[in-house]
Design a protein around this ligand. Structure first.
Ligand code: ADP
Ligand code: MG
Length: 256
């Protein structure tokens, strides 16, 4: 299978995608393109459809209407397992198994793919260095780590197979401000260094602008605006954009 970054300039594309849950419209005719190697932040209030958007890109949910293209090709059920190996997915709180050590959590998928113990450990140690997790932490259980360390492990798990793309759903949402700030710095350095296609969901605009030049603001399952921070601040597409921007208290210094 070709790699996401080489075969097409669009790593991911949604064309007229709609998804309902009963009466709730989670995605409403969304069309977006995510070029290979680009960084995008998805922002919007709780319930605006951000997580659903990531989940349809991963084949964890299927749209009612419209299509998903990955690497230029229509996403079909038969490709979903292969897709999971090429796209790292990191969620808030990490979703780690509490009864497995950090290494055990990191090993699950590579072990299933037939990697040797040595290869798994070597990759885990590389990623511990990249994410600044103390390497002694590999033998600990999730409950023996701080929230920030658990989030580092979740990121490591997303990177184990060296995916072409990373989809992160509020990866720092559960952390206190200082740890969050520190991890924002480190995550951005990791994104810059690895050059992968990144889509990160957050409801914090300052964090969004820190991670990505392109911000996609969602509301009620629709894209309200797709642009740079400066566009959202100075050329709002809708009064809601201004309300969303003005509701943020921490933008000073980020827009410079
Ligand atoms: P966000 O991530 O922006 O907070 P979501 O994509 O999680 O928003 O949800 C969009 C809407 O769809 C919300 O109203 C949410 O309650 C609803 N929703 C999401 N997933 C489900 C589900 N599995 N079953 C029912 N409703 C859902
Ligand atoms: Mg969400």
């Amino acid at each position: 299978m070709p790699s996401i970054s080489s075969a097409s300039s669009e790593a991911f594309e949604l064309r007229g995608v709609s998804k309902r849950y009963g009466n709730i419209v989670a995605l409403d005719e969304v069309s977006l393109r995510f070029p290979a190697g680009s960084n995008t932040a998805l922002i919007g209030s709780s319930g605006s459809g951000k997580s659903t958007l990531l989940r349809v890109l991963l084949g964890l949910e299927w749209p009612d209407r419209g299509e998903i293209r990955v690497d230029g090709a229509l996403l079909e059920q038969a490709q979903v397992l292969a897709l999971r190996r090429r796209v790292g997915y990191v969620i808030q709180e990490g979703g780690l198994f509490p009864h497995l050590t950090v290494l055990g959590n990191l090993a699950l998928l590579p072990h299933h793919l037939g990697w040797s113990r040595e290869r798994i450990r070597q990759r885990a140690e590389e990623l511990a260095a990249l994410t600044h997790l103390p390497s002694g932490a590999l033998e600990r259980y999730p409950a023996e780590l701080s929230g920030g360390q658990r989030q580092r492990v979740a990121l490591m798990r997303g990177l184990m197979l060296d995916p072409d793309a990373l989809l992160l759903d509020e990866p720092l949402g559960a952390l206190d401000p200082i740890v969050r700030h520190e991890l924002q710095d480190e995550l951005r350095a990791i994104f810059d260094r690895l050059g992968k296609t990144v889509i990160v969901v957050t409801h914090d605009m300052a964090e969004a602008a820190w991670f990505a030049d392109r911000l996609v603001l969602m509301r009620n399952g629709k894209v309200v605006q797709d642009g740079r921070l400066d566009d959202l601040c100075k050329r709002p597409a809708d009064p809601f954009v201004t309300r969303f921007v003005e509701a943020q208290r921490t933008l000073r210094g980020v827009s410079a």
